[in-house]
Design a protein around this ligand. Structure first.
Ligand SMILES: NC(=O)c1ccc[n+]([C@@H]2O[C@H](COP(=O)([O-])OP(=O)(O)OC[C@H]3O[C@@H](n4cnc5c(N)ncnc54)[C@H](O)[C@@H]3O)[C@@H](O)[C@H]2O)c1
Length: 368
């Protein structure tokens, strides 16, 4: 088997339509001499035929475990829970390096199988910045969900289930129509506006037609004075996109919201950052992650006051699977092209070093 081979597995997580390799990035890899196997997958936003057309070899759905062990398996999300050992090399988000629930048992599967994990969350460039991340479309989709929740409030209904959109144009058109065809007059505040998610949120508000002055963009400089911030109560939608690294004063508090009473304009908070259970969460007005089926959670504001909802979905880019996949996969491509030299290419040697550290920690916990 050529060492320039990758196997794109199907995604088993509900609602997950994104893909780590798209037909266009697969083609770039094939042009560079790679062989790309693709599991057939109806759930994926890209049709099997799109991969076939660029020269990928299609294989049975969910058949990666029987692939030759020297073929690296690439996917996005966690593998379905199981005890079976993992002998392959996997490139994916595994969510097991920060002691998340079940982390050591996931790593023990690699330990027992002799496989290797390259976690996509920890592929960094020389400056320590992620080579590929979904932030932009998380912010874009979060702002869209916020606008949909705002429209629902206006009609005195609760926002229903969110469905992934075929593409960005369809999303923008749908939100515009739910806002009555025109978003003029709507006012939004984005905190973390200079980051990946923040730029996506600002881009969405522009595309849906907000006036530039009605998109308030804050980053470190504007929050340096310390919250809580009255300015948040004075917009319709607040989108939080910060990368939280330490304890900071709250941006919003329940007391502040109660004190504002009926004078509050704020209708929807979208917490893209989703530091829901983090003790330093600067938006301590809710305590659960919301979902595509139940996108909003109400904040208790008192019966006489206007409603306030929070959206805290932790996989927002799934709402825009095509564009989110294209961007992520093309950002990942330069690193993938060096994967055959993974024993010397920095991005991969560092990821493997981290994997080995985490594997050692897991082995202790699991008594391996
Ligand atoms: N909900 C989802 O689906 C989803 C998807 C992707 C990322 N995220 C999360 O979104 C967050 C942001 O990710 P990103 O890739 O955009 O990060 P990023 O590093 O690109 O941007 C973060 C921005 O926040 C700013 N910031 C940090 N602290 C701040 C403060 N106290 N006040 C004002 N601005 C502050 C930074 O200056 C930066 O501009 C992360 O927590 C990430 O895990 C969520």
């Amino acid at each position: 088997m050529s060492n320039k081979t990758l196997w794109l597995r199907c995604e088993k997580k509900e609602f997950e339509r994104r893909a780590a390799l798209t037909p266009s990035t697969s083609k770039r890899l094939i042009d560079a001499g790679f062989e790309i196997y693709v599991e057939r997958d109806d759930q994926r936003i890209f049709d099997d035929a799109e991969y076939e057309a660029v020269g990928c070899k299609l294989v049975e759905n969910n058949s990666w475990s029987s692939a030759p062990v020297d073929i690296p398996i690439i996917g996005l999300k966690e593998l379905p829970a199981s005890d079976s050992p993992l002998p392959h090399t996997h490139i994916q988000f595994a969510h097991c390096y920060k002691q998340q629930a079940g982390w050591s048992s996931v790593l023990s599967r690699f330990h027992r199988g002799g496989g290797t994990l390259y976690d996509l969350e920890f592929l960094n460039d020389e400056s320590g910045r992620r080579v590929a991340a979904f932030g932009f479309h998380a912010g874009f989709a979060g702002a869209a969900a916020g606008a949909l929740a705002f429209a629902a409030h206006k009609s005195n209904v609760k926002l229903g289930q969110l469905e992934p959109y075929a593409n960005e144009t369809a999303m923008v058109a749908d939100v515009k129509s739910k806002l009555g065809g025109n978003a003029k007059g709507l006012k939004a505040l984005v905190i973390g506006a200079l980051g990946r998610c923040g730029r996506g949120a600002v881009d969405f508000f522009r595309k849906v037609g907000l006036e530039e002055d009605d998109i308030v963009k804050w980053d470190m400089a504007e929050t340096a004075k310390g919250g809580p911030f009255q300015e948040i109560l004075d917009v319709d939608i607040f989108v939080n996109c910060i990368y939280l690294t330490s304890r900071i004063p709250s941006f919003l508090t329940e007391e502040q919201i109660a004190a504002a009473g009926q004078s509050r304009r704020l209708s929807v908070v979208v917490d893209v950052s989703c530091d829901t259970t983090n003790p330093n969460n600067p938006i301590p007005i809710y305590s659960i992650n919301t979902t595509f089926s139940e996108p909003t959670v109400p904040v208790s504001v008192g019966a006489e006051n206007p409603p306030l909802s929070v959206i805290s979905i932790d996989h927002l880019p799934t709402l825009l699977p095509r564009e989110a996949s294209e961007q992520f996969s093309s950002d990942l491509l330069p690193s993938l092209l060096t994967f055959p030299e993974r024993n010397s290419a920095r991005v991969w040697t560092e990821a493997e070093k981290l994997y080995k550290e985490k594997l050692g920690e897991a082995a202790k916990v699991e008594g391996l």
